[in-house]
Design a protein around this ligand. Structure first.
Ligand SMILES: Nc1ncnc2c1ncn2[C@@H]1O[C@H](COP(=O)(O)OP(=O)(O)O)[C@@H](O)[C@H]1O
Ligand SMILES: [Mg+2]
Length: 331
């Protein structure tokens, strides 16, 4: 960095301005010099008056930038604000029909297309942060840049949380033990309060309530899905959530999405369910392994969504009445 001008330095490391200010170094009008040249240009009286030690200042800048960089890198884990997909090829080897698709924090994008068309493949590309090294040849950017491959392997601070079609617990733990382990590994301060929140939210999503002492292996499909969603939303620090066809899980899908999205995530969701597809701001249409279109949900579609949600509510009501042993009636 010694051969960068101050201007270039400030451009690349904007925080270095703080270093100059803290050390009362007046760089104004001399940004075209390197810091070294700047120090050389000072008169000896000025250097004496200001008690300037050139070596100390030069080394100090170096150290300051190093420390700020490593500090910011830690912060960067949580500072993910966008995910971009760059095109690859469909199953016939043809280039995909879009330039670059960027999805931002708190956005929900759905993925639609026939079975076998490549929806799960797209989610897998994102999970792997593909860099032209998957069957599709797609590239995934994070905050507009090629991400560090470390994301692929770090398990504790994963970039991506995935909720997939089949989720089975193999370990013999109660819900409480499972959440406690997870909360501890995430170094949560208020473990009890966090577990309480997760249980509450999970029960809010699942049809049938469960307790903290329920063994996870005894949860129904819908209950375990609800638990994983609440756990992901509240406990996972992963800024990107990928959901593969949760529609048949017997949970309140709308609430599940609201929960996931309220925590400032980037959400991608493969679905055959029109309600879920239209909740999204955008939908990716997949054909023959390739992204053929990206459609913004229209105003009219949002009105249709409203109708669909009323129909959903009606179906849920009927389902719940039947479960309770009620006789259904026309109103
Ligand atoms: N662009 C592509 N190039 C090559 N193979 C692909 C591509 N897209 C998908 N595939 C493959 O096609 C198969 C079906 O894709 P999948 O993602 O499981 O479909 P879906 O989830 O839509 O049912 C998978 O084996 C997948 O790896
Ligand atoms: Mg699939």
């Amino acid at each position: 960095m010694y051969n960068m001008t101050i201007e270039e330095l400030l451009d690349k490391y904007p925080f270095s301005l703080a270093y100059f200010q803290d050390n009362k170094i007046e760089i104004e009008g001399r940004e075209n010099l390197t810091f070294n040249e700047y120090l050389d240009s000072l008169s000896s009286e000025y250097i004496e008056d200001m008690a300037i030690d050139k070596e100390v200042l030069l080394e100090g800048l170096d150290l300051f930038i190093q420390q700020m960089n490593s500090f910011l890198e830690v912060e960067e884990d949580k500072g993910i604000y966008s995910l971009s997909i760059l095109p690859g090829n469909n199953k016939s080897g043809e280039r995909e029909g879009f330039n670059e698709l960027t999805i931002r924090k708190s956005e929900i994008v759905s993925i639609v297309g026939p079975t076998g068309s490549g929806k799960s493949r797209l989610l897998a590309d994102i999970e792997w942060t593909a860099q032209n090294d998957t069957p599709t040849g797609r590239t995934i950017l994070i905050n507009g840049e090629l991400p560090d491959k470390k994301w692929r392997f770090s398990s504790n601070n994963k970039l991506v949380a995935q909720l997939s079609q089949n989720m089975n617990f193999v370990m013999d733990l109660t819900v409480m033990e499972f959440l406690q382990l997870h909360a501890e590994s995430r170094m949560v301060v208020d473990i009890e309060g966090t577990i309480e929140r997760i249980i509450q939210q999970a029960n809010n999503l699942a049809g049938e309530k469960f307790q903290l002492d329920t063994p996870v292996t005894a949860l129904s499909g819908g209950q375990s899905r609800a638990l994983m969603i609440a756990d992901t939303a509240i406990l996972s620090s992963s800024p990107i959530v990928l959901i593969d066809e949760i529609e048949n899980a017997g949970i309140d899908r709308r609430k599940a999405l609201d929960l996931l999205v309220s925590e400032d995530k980037i959400v991608l969701m493969a679905t055959h369910d029109p309600t879920l597809a239209l909740i999204a701001d955008k939908r990716i249409v997949i054909k023959n392994g390739g992204i053929s279109e990206v459609i913004d949900t229209t105003k009219e579609e949002k009105e249709i969504l409203h109708k669909l949600e009323e129909m959903d509510l009606y179906i849920q009501q009927m389902r719940s009445d039947l479960r309770k042993g009620n006789i259904l009636e026309n109103d």
